[in-house]
Design a protein around this ligand. Structure first.
Ligand code: IPM
Ligand code: MN
Length: 353
């Protein structure tokens, strides 16, 4: 098969982790006899520096042409500490999600047995943890208008907006995923307070009868945050709106032992994008210490979701599991103080593939 992938490393550790993922994609293509070509684009602070725009038109065209995007991370402390910055790297990511119609973000949460001791939770709580978070990605308070400041600067506002159709399409995807997994779906909202959440709950309730094989439960987000640390194994598929999903997936990620392990797939109108859930980790940039596993596992999701190449995805996952079991890991998850560098881990995993 011929694969054409747009690479958008972005900022911070983006370049280093994408380079490791590319090693693994190349190894996979060699092993399975695929032909792969890459195009590279700018996004985030890197794009602002070069063009003034965090998601330049040229990058958008590249993504649309390739149809498949492997993305690193955006964000830079140069902007975080400047509340008056007119344009921010994160706007590039949001513009990209919006313009590419990536309305569903799939974030699987699994535990590697050899890393149980790295989790802040007791080992017994991690038995059987296998969660798929489906986060709505192009709506809600991230995109709602109006937003801004009053003229005197003393009042600020954001707006949370959802249409029934926006809720329906992401819930449909979550119901389908639940059907293929253990048949449980948790709809997370704040329907006791928010009108948008009541629309979510109403829409999911209307859809449920079409999925008789799926057991649906409704949970307030504050309770969900608590249940994720009390009994994470009780969850199968979680579906929720953009901001709740952002927060809950960092929490869910932390229970695996490191945010550096969690991949994601963003899908929707046609183009699909694969990215680690962690950010640009600027303190680690260029130091060869960042964990490349989340990006490498995102590449595995790419083979499966974008190309329906399941053996290829499985080969990458097995290689990652082997590296972790062998203790060939970066410092965030090393047990005995003996850690390997980003590049060494990437090469080791590619070699196992
Ligand atoms: C994520 C990130 C982004 C988000 C930021 C960088 C805008 O935290 O992908 O989870 O909030 O969606
Ligand atoms: Mn986040």
């Amino acid at each position: 098969m011929k694969l054409h992938i747009a690479l958008l490393p972005g900022d911070g550790i983006g370049e280093e982790i994408i380079t490791q993922a590319v090693k693994c994609v190349d190894a996979t293509c060699r092993r399975f006899g695929h032909e792969v070509t890459y195009s590279r684009g700018l996004v985030g602070a890197a794009a602002i520096d070069a063009t003034g725009d965090p998601y330049p038109e040229a990058t958008h065209r590249l993504c649309v042409e390739a149809g498949v995007v492997l993305f690193g991370a955006v964000g830079s402390p140069r902007y975080d500490n400047d509340p008056s910055a007119r344009v921010r790297p994160e706007q590039g990511l949001l513009a990209m999600r919006g313009r590419l119609g990536l309305y569903a973000n799939l974030r699987p949460v699994n535990i590697f047995p050899s890393l149980v001791a790295r989790s802040p939770l007791r080992g017994e709580l991690l038995e059987g943890v296998d969660i798929l978070c489906v986060r709505e990605l192009t709506g809600g308070i991230y995109f709602g208008r109006p937003r801004g400041r009053s003229e005197d600067g003393e009042t600020a506002y954001d707006t949370c907006v959802y249409t029934r159709e926006e809720v329906r399409r992401v819930c449909a995807l979550a119901f389908e995923q639940a059907r293929r997994r253990r048949g449980r779906l948790t709809v997370v909202d704040k329907a006791n307070v928010l009108a948008t959440s009541r629309l979510w709950r109403e829409t999911a309730r209307e859809m449920a009868p079409a999925y008789p094989d799926v057991t649906v439960e409704y949970m307030f987000v504050d309770n969900a945050a608590m249940q994720l640390v009390r009994q994470p194994a009780a969850f199968d598929v979680i579906v929720t709106e953009n901001l709740f999903g952002d927060i809950l997936t960092d929490e869910a990620g932390a229970i695996t032992g490191s945010l550096g392990l969690l991949p994601s797939a963003s899908v929707g109108a046609g183009v699909s994008l694969f990215e680690p859930i962690h950010g640009s980790y600027p303190q680690a940039a260029g130091k060869d210490i960042a964990n490349p596993v989340a990006t490498i596992l995102s590449a595995a999701m790419m083979f499966e979701h974008a190309y329906h190449l399941h053996a290829e995805g499985a080969a990458i996952r097995r290689a990652v599991a082997t590296a972790i079991a062998d203790g060939f890991v970066t410092e965030d998850i090393s047990a005995d103080g003996h850690a390997y560098g980003t590049r060494a881990v990437g090469s080791y995993i590619a070699g196992k593939i």
